[in-house]
Design a protein. Structure first.
Length: 96
């Protein structure tokens, strides 16, 4: 079993690694990537074991943010290879 740290700021990775020298598993939500993407995928990547990208679909379905399938698809096509796993984005939540 793998445990993941859901983070909002990539600096947490650097600080944790400085104190523990441990590699952690990280889950980042797509809407929170702005200002964090480069650090997670390049600068701090050697401090991370597994890096997963969540779409943020649940928050989008609740109206907390605007996100389209086409926007997310474009991002994944361009940068998806930088993540170990990527969660898909569903835009139909009526069947819950």
């Amino acid at each position: 079993m793998k445990l993941f740290n859901a983070i909002e700021n990539a600096e947490v990775i650097r600080l944790l690694h400085e104190k523990t020298e441990a590699k952690v598993n990280v889950l980042m939500s797509y809407p929170l990537l702005k200002g964090n993407a480069y650090k997670l995928t390049k600068e701090y990547r050697d401090m991370i074991d597994s890096l997963y990208l969540d779409s943020g679909a649940f928050s989008a379905s609740k109206g907390k943010l605007r996100l389209t399938v086409s926007e997310y698809r474009r991002y994944i096509k361009r940068y998806g290879h930088l993540f170990d796993a990527v969660f898909n984005l569903d835009d139909n939540f009526r069947n819950l």
